[in-house]
Design a protein around this ligand. Structure first.
Ligand SMILES: Nc1nc2c(ncn2[C@@H]2O[C@H](COP(=O)(O)OP(=O)(O)OP(=O)(O)O)[C@@H](O)[C@H]2O)c(=O)[nH]1
Length: 218
């Protein structure tokens, strides 16, 4: 079957890269589908990746913000990958180091042709900071679908959670259908089926489904 659901539990660590030149050197090429996870330091990227793949230690989590400093790539299958990007917006690191990570992040986002979907993770208690908005706007400009994931939703009561979700949906509504907003908790698994369904859809762009069907027929 070419259009079956992706089993995200099969994710395997592939490579940690300081920049995309390193990715180009060590991966078969800028081909297939990559889904990237971006967000402010400490937004919960690594925890979300671990929850979505049901692996405790796939991505390294930390109480210390700014821990994810490299582009970490995980293979889902031969054609699809998940990418944990360096966290942005954390002030308390040496400027030179910060510059280097942000450069790697910008370069990945601008140059990686196989980038097929961007998950922008934001702590539900502090959503839509300037850098988050820049990230979302940039992806929309590049026609890349976005999932704004409001993390740590277990920290808010249901009513406060839905209030924030609705406010963020309202703010991002102008961007159209290409931007979705969902609450998520890595701790409780809240929102997981919805997120997996969106990621699964991104993993099946028409061009890839058609190419795989053609290859199967040959
Ligand atoms: N309560 C709660 N805490 C969470 C959740 N997700 C992450 N955390 C906590 O938030 C902190 C940061 O989580 P990480 O997953 O390491 O965040 P990150 O975005 O990968 O961080 P960087 O490495 O700085 O980029 C850790 O202490 C996690 O345990 C969640 O859903 N609920």
């Amino acid at each position: 079957m070419t259009d079956s659901r992706i089993d995200f539990r099969q994710a395997k660590f592939l490579i940690s890269a300081p920049d995309i030149a390193h990715l180009d050197e060590h991966l078969p090429g800028d081909v297939g589908v990559e889904i990237a996870f971006a967000g402010r330091s400490n937004a919960g990227k690594s925890s979300a990746l671990n929850q979505l793949t049901e692996q405790k230690n796939l991505a390294r989590t930390s109480k210390t913000p700014g821990r994810t400093q490299l582009i970490n790539v995980f293979a889902l299958d031969e054609h699809r990958r998940l990418v944990d990007l360096p966290g942005y917006g954390f002030a308390q690191v040496p400027l030179a180091m910060k510059k280097k990570w942000q450069q790697a992040l910008g370069q990945y986002l601008q140059e990686r042709a196989c980038l097929s979907g961007l998950v922008v993770l934001m702590d539900i208690r502090h959503p839509l900071k300037d850098l988050d908005m820049q990230m979302i706007e940039w992806a929309v400009d590049c026609d890349i679908p976005v999932l704004a994931l409001l993390t740590k939703c277990d920290k808010l009561a249901q009513s406060a959670r839905m209030k924030t979700v609705n406010e963020v949906r309202k703010t991002l509504a102008d961007f159209g259908d290409g931007v979705k907003v969902e609450p998520f908790s890595s701790l409780k698994g809240t929102g997981k089926p919805k997120v997996l369904s969106i990621l699964n859809e991104w993993c099946h762009p028409d061009w890839l489904v058609e190419a795989l069907a053609d290859a199967e027929q040959e």
